[in-house]
Design a protein around this ligand. Structure first.
Ligand code: FAD
Length: 415
């Protein structure tokens, strides 16, 4: 049986290696880091949200780019198969809020450990501290892969090479975009990449002054002029550069990257569970109870302390105005401000802070059931290097597992 080369011992490379070893293949797994799964280690804040315990339809609807491409691979290796697979390796799992699956131990290191145990058991040739610098391809009418060239100069030959090099996000974990270069060298189309599931920049000084403040239960609408691009409800975090938190990360993934090249406006409803009329009644009560207090000193029941000076400033009501002297129109405008706190948005943060990469190897170049390149025989692309991406909640790792399983399944036993 010939040796299968896998480039990258991240989520997809490890899964592919284990599946291939289980069906009796020999595997050489090449990883430029000193250890396997550096990114896996930091997933889910160190707990690894390894999939989402929901059906394939749910996973397909979470995918933001090229859902159709994933239909076959996700159906052939479902989220339930992922859980069964890890359980069969001895990893106990649990399901949390939003159907997120975690190791029972809450340690991502246990996910890596069970995969690495299988590598050892199966006798994989694991080459750490070893980078692939390019693919070896026999050209001609029907190009074929013949192996890889290592940056140390050594050539390793195989007629099956799996590229599992990840995207560009968190490059410190090893994913520096090498796979895109490999695809281009194979004559394949690679879509432009942009950071996704990433915070947003704001030029607004007062917004930046809110750094560290986290707001739950807010509604947001991201707009380009009058055009509504995205709306959501949940938690938002102010930072020293702008805004972050779950609703913002989701917005960054759901909106096409080109929109972020223009100035956008984020509208935050700070009291989304009450109507503007109810809010106005509440303000009447608050100002009445605090008749002799200054406006800015009457707001502690409405906002966290960090937000008070910003709201007072934006209200236009002079901060020393006594509550009894606040006019009806001022009060109504203030209610409107609370229901529509605006933040100017100036682009996405960078790859260093992005959970995933949008763009990558064009799926038009890839067979969706096997992940094999349509241009070069024996060359496979799996995981984040592909132009597929999904939302938070375990959906992105499922893309890595399912594409890895597809490639492993396709490489015939006895090859
Ligand atoms: C902070 C953070 C938290 C996340 N949390 C979650 C989560 O909880 N749930 C979820 O579903 N997703 C999560 N993700 C996304 C998920 O981690 C990725 O989608 C997934 O790891 C992609 O797997 P991959 O195998 O394609 O790439 P990676 O896991 O990035 O692995 C690629 C590997 O290839 C190696 N490599 C690259 N180039 C070469 C080369 N030339 N030679 C040799 N080796 C090379 C790299 O060193 C790396 O080890 C998170 C991402 C981040 C950044």
């Amino acid at each position: 049986m010939s040796n299968i080369i896998i480039i990258g011992a991240g989520a997809s490379g490890l899964m592919c290696a284990v599946q291939l070893l289980k069906s009796g293949h020999r595997v050489t797994l090449i990883e430029k880091n000193e250890k396997c799964g550096k990114k896996l280690f930091i997933t889910g804040k160190g707990r690894c949200n390894l999939t989402n315990y929901s059906d394939v339809e749910e996973h397909l609807s979470s995918i933001q780019s090229n859902k159709k491409f994933m239909y076959s691979a996700l159906n052939a290796f479902t989220p339930y198969d992922t859980v069964d697979f890890f359980n069969s390796l001895g990893l106990r799992t649990k399901v949390e809020r939003g159907s997120r699956v975690f190791p029972e131990s809450d340690h991502s290191s246990d996910v890596i450990k069970v995969l690495c145990n299988e590598l050892k058991k199966g006798g994989a040739d694991l080459r750490l501290n070893t980078a692939v610098s390019r693919l070896l391809i026999r050209g001609g009418e029907d190009p074929e892969i013949t192996g890889v060239l290592l940056s140390k100069g050594e050539k390793i030959y195989s007629d099956r090479v799996v590229v599992a090099t990840g995207g560009r996000s968190y490059p410190s974990t090893g994913s520096t975009g090498d796979g895109y270069r490999f695809a281009v060298s194979a004559g394949m189309d690679v879509k432009a990449q942009s950071p996704s599931l990433v915070p947003l920049n704001s030029p607004d000084r007062d917004v930046r002054s809110l750094q560290g403040l986290s707001l739950r239960n807010v509604s947001i609408v991201l707009k380009d002029g009058k055009k509504k691009l995205y709306s959501d409800f949940g938690e938002l975090l102010f930072t020293h550069f702008g805004v972050s938190g779950p609703v913002i990360l989701s917005a960054s993934a759901a909106v096409k990257p080109e929109f972020f090249e223009r100035p956008l406006e984020l509208h935050i409803d700070l009291k989304s569970v009450v109507s503007i009329e109810e809010l106005d009644k509440r303000l009447i009560r608050i100002f009445d109870e605090n008749r002799n207090k200054e406006f800015k000193n009457s707001l502690s029941s409405l906002f966290p302390s960090k937000l008070i000076p910003v709201m007072a400033e934006r209200s236009g009501i002079k901060s020393f105005t006594k509550c009894a002297d606040i006019r009806k129109d001022e009060r109504r405008d203030f209610a409107a401000l609370i229901k529509d706190f605006r933040v100017n948005i100036e682009g996405l943060r960078g790859f260093d802070e992005a959970v995933i990469t949008k763009g990558g190897v064009s799926v038009k170049e890839i067979d969706p059931s096997s992940m094999e390149s349509k241009k070069v025989k024996g060359l496979y692309f799996i995981g984040e290097v592909l132009d597929i991406d999904s939302m938070t909640g375990g959906f992105n790792l499922q893309l890595a597992w399912s594409t890895a399983a597809a490639a492993a399944r396709h490489i015939p036993a006895g090859h």
